[in-house]
Design a protein around this ligand. Sequence first.
Ligand code: GRF
Length: 192
Amino acid sequence: MKRIAIFASGNGSNAENIIRYFQESACPAAIVAVVICNNPAAGVIGRCRSLGVECEVMTRPEINDPEIMTNTLGRHSVDAIVLAGFLQMLPPFLTSAYHDRIINIHPSLLPRFGGKGMYGRHVHEAVAAAREKETGITIHLVNERYDEGRVIFQASVALGPNDTPAEIEEKVHRLERRHFPEVISGWISAMG
Ligand code: GRF
């Protein structure tokens, strides 16, 4: 069984959903071995600890330190990394150590609304301002350039002409809840 590290910075609804999915699956392809968080005030810390998953709260310099980071992931025997609302750029030593073993979820249909500054609420505000007819989620590999890795999965949802950013966000969260754990499971199962 493969061992996943989830990296998260905020609320952690995706992290919780993924942890529960693998805990509740009769024959899981993976387990969430650890959550790595770079924000000591993040909701994700309590969420995962209450589900019995260890959460390592690390500073930016610690995450960027090859020895500290490699030791941390090694201690938990991590095979693959899932970014779920993680707002720090990964250092190159990590993307090369886990080449093709890191995925991210982006809350829009990339390449639309990706790139610098496009995270969280900013994405949904831009989608609303552009009066898009649809939005969605993109799950993609993370190599050296964040939003440009190979796309593994996309799902879309229709938008009404007056949808607010908060309504768009809720629609996107529903897609994330429905699809992200299953896509991770399929991706992990195909991994050598
Ligand atoms: C999600 O919308 C995810 O797509 C994006 O950041 C958000 C994280 O939400 N990358 P949560 O912390 O999982 O609740």
